[in-house]
Ligand binder design. Structure first.
Ligand SMILES: NC(=O)c1ccc[n+]([C@@H]2O[C@H](COP(=O)([O-])OP(=O)(O)OC[C@H]3O[C@@H](n4cnc5c(N)ncnc54)[C@H](OP(=O)(O)O)[C@@H]3O)[C@@H](O)[C@H]2O)c1
Length: 245
């Protein structure tokens, strides 16, 4: 994809991977809007990246998703790229979990329902724009799950599957469908300090953007690049490795 001259809407773009991608799109000459739940995080992101546009939006809410589209159409009608990045990760013991289901369900709503609904909401708008694209952020865990984050891993496997179907269905519309497959990246995903073992976010984002610019449709990095290209036997070995740590 051409990284310049886009108007990019990034969910969850006030921190971590979303913010690193926002920075790079801005640097390449695109306009960027980031949305998230925390107004203070959005303000911090704006201070770091002058020119960044922000909006408070909880993608867990179907009403918020619909009003986001309405707002985009009136305030940023040139949005031609939807980057579904917002996500949460919970670690939980399936046999002993005491959390209320409504709280548990949020991981499915944010990680899976929201990107599916946003893609469907935005398709009619995007197809009227030049160089339209939908980019979904999945995970290396889409291919071999981390048993300690079972719902998370399932949502990411499902989002990978949906992305393949979306690309197939949209082939004739001109909307490109791209997938970013991160490995463990050092961000605050799941809570501060849980992903310090991950790769640095800047090195990850640089590599991803370079490969998107080169026209690749599905891009991983390090272990997630290995996972997305692995055979079934290699994935089984990877599953054992991840889950014996
Ligand atoms: N870091 C990793 O190791 C890793 C690996 C594989 C995949 N990923 C994926 O990469 C994406 C970005 O994660 P990250 O690592 O950058 O973590 P992060 O720093 O925690 O970023 C997640 C962002 O999503 C936003 N968000 C969460 N729930 C939201 C909601 N309901 N509505 C709107 N925004 C919401 C958060 O902002 P608010 O809380 O303010 O809403 C936050 O800015 C996620 O999809 C994650 O699953 C990350």
């Amino acid at each position: 994809m051409n990284l310049a001259n886009n108007t990019v809407l990034i969910t969850g773009g006030a921190s971590g991977i979303g913010l690193a991608l926002a920075e790079r799109f801005v640097r390449a000459g695109s306009e960027v809007i980031v949305v998230g739940r925390r107004a203070d995080k959005l303000r911090e992101a704006q201070a770091k990246l002058p020119g960044l546009h922000t909006r408070v939006c909880d993608v867990a809410s179907a009403a918020d998703r619909k009003s986001l589209l309405k707002w985009v159409k009136s305030e940023f009608p040139r949005v031609n790229v939807l980057l579904n990045n917002a996500g949460i990760q919970n670690r939980l013991p399936l046999a002993d979990d005491t959390e209320d289901w409504e709280a548990r369900r949020q991981e499915i709503v944010i990680n899976l329902e929201a990107p599916i609904h946003l893609a469907m909401l935005f398709i009619p708008h995007l197809r009227e724009q030049p160089n339209p694209a939908i980019i979904n952020v999945t995970s290396g865990l889409s291919f071999a799950p981390a048993a300690f984050a079972p719902i998370y891993s399932a949502t990411k496997a499902a989002l990978h599957s949906f992305t393949l179907s979306l690309r197939h269905q949209l082939a004739a519309t001109g909307i490109q469908v791209l997938e970013i497959v991160p490995p463990a990246v050092n961000t605050d995903l799941g809570g501060a300090g849980l992903h310090t073992f991950g790769v640095p976010v800047d090195a990850f984002a640089d590599s991803i953007m370079e490969r998107l610019a080169n026209g690749e449709q599905e891009v991983g990095y390090g272990t997630s690049e290995e996972a997305r290209l692995a055979s079934r036997a290699e994935l089984d070995a990877r599953f054992r490795l991840i889950n014996t740590r």
